[in-house]
Design a protein around this ligand. Structure first.
Ligand SMILES: Nc1ncnc2c1ncn2[C@@H]1O[C@H](COP(=O)(O)OP(=O)(O)OP(=O)(O)O)[C@@H](O)[C@H]1O
Ligand SMILES: [Mg+2]
Length: 477
C-alpha cells in the first residue's frame, strides 16, 4: 500500500483528507514542515500533500528541502486564494501540482491518482528477465531471443550517458517499457521521470505543457504556467509518439536539444534546462520527412541513438516465456488459478502473427483467463482477430528492404549459415523468374514484362538457371 503524507496546520483539513484517502492508502499527517521532514526521512512517502501557508517555515521552503533530500518526491501544494502565484512559482522547484483551497473532493482524488500513477513509473524498477522471475512483482522485460539480448546490450551501453534516445517500433512492442528501463539504468534514476504523450494533447496545449506560458500568451492563459521542462530539471522527459508533434513544436524542441534553452510561450526570458530526452514513435519518420511533416534537422538530431524494438513475430521464441509471465501476473490480479495453456493453444499462439505485438498478447491472455473455467486455457478461449489479407499486405508493404535484410541476417546468423545466404541471392532470382513464368503460363514475353526486364535477358537467365519450359508445365499440373 502506498503512503501519503498530509501536511497542514489546519486540523480539519488533515482530518478530512485522511478520511478521504485512508481507504486506499496508508496516511500519515504532520502539523508543520519540520514534522513533515522527519516523516519524510523515516518513511519516504509516495506522495506529499502540503499546505503552502503554515506557521514557521512555509510550504515552499519545505518543498525545496524535500527536493534536495529526494528529487523524485512528489508534492501537491494546497494554496488558498491569493497565494496562487506562489504555488505556480513552486512548480519550478519541482512540485507535482497545486490545488486551490477549498477544493472539490473529486478534483483532489483525481490529482492523487495521477501522482500515484507517476510515482509507480518512477519508483518501480523495470528489470531484464530472460525468463520470468515469478517471485518478483515488479515489471520485467521478458525475452531471451538474440534480438532481445541485442537490445539489452544496447540499452546497457547508452542508458548511463545523457544522449537522446529514439525508440522505434510497432505499436505494442514495448517502447514505453524500454524508455522506463533506460531511465532506471541511467545516472538520472534519482531524479524525476516525466512522460508526455505528444499525440494525446492538442498542439498549443502541448507547447504550453512542455514549455509553459506567460499570463496572456493566448486566450485563456489567465496566469503563468510552468512547463514540464522547467519542472523536470535534472530529470528525464519521455516524449511518446513524437511523430505526431507539429512542425512548430518540433522547431522549439530542436532548439532545446541543441542549446538547452527555451522561452515560455509569450515570454521573453530565456531559460536553461538540464533534462535528458527519450523519445518514441511507431511512425515512419523517413516517410514523414519526405512528406514535409517531420523536420529533417530534428530527425538527424534524434537519430543518433536509434533503437528498434523488434515486433513479436520476429522473436517468436520469446512467446512461451511471455505467456507464462502474463498468466502468473493475471492469476494474481484476477485471483485465478490457471496452471497453463494446452499444447494446441500454444500452437495457435505461436503461429499467429501478432500485429498488435506484446500488448495484444497480453490482452488476449487476459481475456482467455477470464473465460477459463478450468485449470488450462484451451485454444478456443484465445480470441484472435483474423489477420486480414489486406492488413498483412499493408504491413508487409511498410516493411522496408532494410528490415527484411535485417531479419534475414539474424535468421541466418542463428543457424550459422550466413554463407548459404550468399547463395540465396541467385536462388531468389531463380525463384522470382519461375513464379513469373508460372503466373503467365510460360509466356516469356509477358513474364519478362512482369519482371521488368526484356525478353533476351529473361532467356539468358533461364539458360543460366537451367529453367526449361517443360518443367514449368509439369510443375503447374
Ligand atoms: N518484453 C516485454 N516483457 C514484458 N512485458 C512487455 C514486454 N514488452 C511489452 N510489454 C508489455 O506490453 C504492453 C505494451 O507495452 P508498451 O506500452 O511499452 O508498448 P508501446 O510500444 O509503447 O506501444 P504503443 O505504440 O501502442 O504505445 C505493456 O503492458 C508492457 O508492459
Ligand atoms: Mg507507448
Amino acid at each position: 500500500m502506498q503512503t501519503i503524507l498530509i501536511v497542514d496546520d489546519d486540523k480539519s483539513i488533515r482530518y478530512s483528507l485522511k478520511r478521504m484517502l485512508e481507504e486506499n492508502f496508508s496516511v500519515l499527517t504532520a502539523q508543520n514542515g519540520e514534522e513533515a521532514l522527519l516523516h519524510m526521512k523515516e518513511t519516504s512517502p509516495d506522495l506529499i500533500i502540503m499546505d503552502i501557508k503554515m506557521p514557521g517555515r512555509s510550504g515552499i521552503e519545505i518543498l525545496r528541502e524535500m527536493k534536495t533530500i529526494d528529487p523524485k518526491s512528489l508534492v501537491i501544494l494546497m494554496t488558498a486564494y491569493g497565494t496562487t502565484e506562489t504555488a505556480i512559482e513552486a512548480m519550478k522547484f519541482g512540485a507535482f501540482d497545486y490545488i486551490l483551497k477549498p477544493f472539490p473532493i473529486p478534483q483532489m482524488k483525481e490529482l492523487v491518482q495521477k501522482a500515484i500513477a507517476l510515482r509507480k513509473l518512477m519508483k518501480e524498477e523495470v528489470t531484464y528477465a530472460p525468463e520470468p522471475d515469478q517471485r518478483k512483482e515488479e515489471e520485467q522485460i521478458i525475452g531471451s531471443s538474440p534480438k532481445m539480448q541485442e537490445l539489452y546490450k544496447v540499452i546497457g551501453q547508452v542508458a548511463p550517458s545523457d544522449v537522446t534516445i529514439l525508440l522505434r517500433g510497432e505499436s505494442g512492442t514495448g517502447k514505453e517499457l524500454m524508455a522506463r528501463a533506460i531511465y532506471h539504468y541511467s545516472l538520472r534514476s534519482n531524479h524525476p521521470f516525466l512522460p508526455v504523450n505528444c499525440a494525446a494533447i492538442p498542439d498549443t496545449l502541448l507547447e504550453s505543457e512542455l514549455f509553459g506560458h506567460e499570463k496572456g500568451a493566448f486566450t485563456g492563459a489567465i496566469s503563468r504556467r510552468i512547463g514540464k521542462l522547467e519542472q523536470c530539471q535534472g530529470g528525464t522527459i519521455f516524449l511518446d509518439e513524437i511523430g505526431d508533434m507539429s512542425l512548430s513544436t518540433q522547431a522549439k524542441l530542436l532548439r532545446v536539444l541543441q542549446e538547452k534553452t527555451f522561452e515560455r510561450l509569450g515570454g521573453k526570458e530565456t531559460l536553461r534546462v538540464d533534462v535528458r530526452f527519450i523519445v518514441a514513435t511507431n511512425k515512419d519518420l523517413e516517410e514523414a520527412m519526405t512528406k514535409g511533416e517531420f523536420r529533417e534537422d530534428l530527425y538527424y538530431r534524434l537519430n543518433v541513438v536509434s533503437i528498434r524494438i523488434p515486433p513479436l513475430r520476429e522473436r517468436k521464441e520469446d512467446i512461451p516465456a511471455l505467456t507464462s509471465y502474463f498468466l502468473k501476473k493475471f492469476n494474481r490480479e484476477l485471483k485465478k488459478n490457471v496452471v497453463g495453456i494446452t499444447p494446441a493453444a500454444m500452437e495457435k499462439i505461436i503461429s499467429y502473427g501478432w500485429p498488435g505485438n506484446v500488448r495484444q498478447l497480453e490482452n488476449v491472455l487476459k481475456r482467455a483467463l477470464l473465460l477459463c473455467q478450468g485449470e488450462w486455457i484451451l485454444d478456443d478461449q484465445l480470441l484472435l482477430e483474423v489477420e486480414e489479407k489486406k492488413e498483412a499486405g499493408e504491413a508487409r508493404g511498410k516493411k522496408t528492404f532494410e528490415d527484411l535484410l535485417d531479419s534475414l541476417f539474424w535468421e541466418l546468423t542463428e543457424t550459422a549459415s550466413l554463407r548459404e545466404g550468399l547463395d540465396m541471392v541467385s536462388a531468389i532470382e531463380k525463384g522470382l523468374i519461375l513464379r513469373a513464368l508460372q503466373k503467365t503460363k510460360g509466356n516469356q514475353v509477358q513474364a519478362a514484362s512482369l519482371l521488368g526486364i526484356n525478353r533476351s535477358t529473361l532467356r539468358s537467365k533461364m539458360v543460366r538457371y537451367h529453367i526449361k519450359k517443360g518443367i514449368l508445365v509439369v510443375e503447374e499440373e
